[in-house]
Write a protein that binds this ligand. Structure first.
Ligand SMILES: [Zn+2]
Length: 309
């Protein structure tokens, strides 16, 4: 069977929040099967737990913010994408502030932290998958996102900017831990210099610098080391989608297609799927034979204990 996974051991990292500029310590802690991914604000007394589920999404402007009651945790998407990409179903993410550190603007530093702590371990409980049975789609102007039935979890994103460097790009991948690490984990978030300057003026992106985002001028990349991939921008869109879809609470078997997407549209897509029970079902692959038959799914991705259905 495909087993649930958690972290091999506890590990601590720290960094600055993109929007708050606040230094925050993060501790990743292994948890039992069916725990899911749960953020814990340890700076509050008593501590407040915020499960990483779509029901707890509070805000999707600039970054994804989760919340329970009045307590929030911001910019969760790249850490959640790293956990999903490594197949982690169960973990506590303890942090002593309101925002997950941005680090280099990709999932790579989180992957590295987890790898340094020994990676992940299988647990004695079957992993549950969310199998897409009927297509669902959401639109906003010329942007759209869709989930449709498929035998694997695959993603295709396209972007279309009127800009000499970003312009039209598309990227497609079938999810596996190796594809995640090789193709998208290192892709950084990006922004246009004029927007970044405006955000700084508005007191936003206070922790933002060339160390944690690709910043694009009218005709060039401001970062002295340039890009990690020629199409790093659209690869980051795929990474963001992996993190946003992880809020379904279980790894998907289906195909995601997104055009000019962002966290807001992806969050609407997740809500649309969950609002239509006939569009999905929850499945476990218990027998080895069954698992072999479904090997294209690949054993090592997973997004957390199922919160719905
Ligand atoms: Zn992102």
């Amino acid at each position: 069977m495909f087993q649930q996974r958690t972290l091999k051991s506890m590990v601590t990292g720290h960094g600055v929040g993109l929007h708050s500029g606040q230094l925050t310590r993060v501790r990743l802690v292994p948890t039992p099967p069916d725990s899911g991914i749960v953020f814990v604000r340890t700076d509050l007394v008593p501590n407040v737990e915020i499960p990483a589920t779509s029901a707890n999404v509070r805000d999707t402007v600039l970054a994804t913010t989760l919340g329970v009651g009045a307590v929030t945790v911001a910019t969760v998407e790249h850490l959640i994408a790293a956990l999903a990409g490594l197949g982690v179903d169960n973990a506590r993410v303890e942090l002593d502030g309101p925002e997950v550190p941005i680090l280099d603007g990709s999932s790579a530093p989180w992957v590295q932290l987890i790898t340094e702590a020994g990676g992940t371990v299988a647990q004695r409980k079957a992993k549950r998958f969310l199998v897409v049975r009927r297509a669902v789609e959401v639109r906003a102007d010329d942007k759209w996102a869709r989930l449709e039935p498929a035998n694997t979890f695959s993603l295709r994103c396209s972007i279309d900017f009127d800009h000499p460097i970003v312009n039209s790009q598309s990227f497609e991948m079938t999810m596996s831990d190796t594809a995640f690490l090789r193709e998208v984990a290192r892709a950084r978030t990006f922004g246009f210099a004029k927007d970044v300057d405006a955000m700084h003026a508005a007191g936003l992106a206070r922790g933002g610098s060339l160390d944690n985002a690709v910043v694009i001028d009218d005709f060039s990349i401001r970062n002295p080391d340039g890009l990690r991939f020629p199409d790093e921008f659209v690869r980051h869109k795929v990474l963001d989608a992996i993190g946003d879809l992880a809020l379904l609470g279980a790894p998907i078997i289906g195909r995601y297609v997104g055009h000019k997407t962002g966290h807001a549209l992806n969050t609407r897509l997740v809500a649309e799927l969950l609002a239509n029970p006939r569009s999905y079902e929850v499945a476990e692959f218990k027998a080895t034979r069954e698992a072999e038959g479904a090997q294209v799914i690949l054993p090592s991705f997973g997004l957390g204990g199922l919160a719905t259905a």
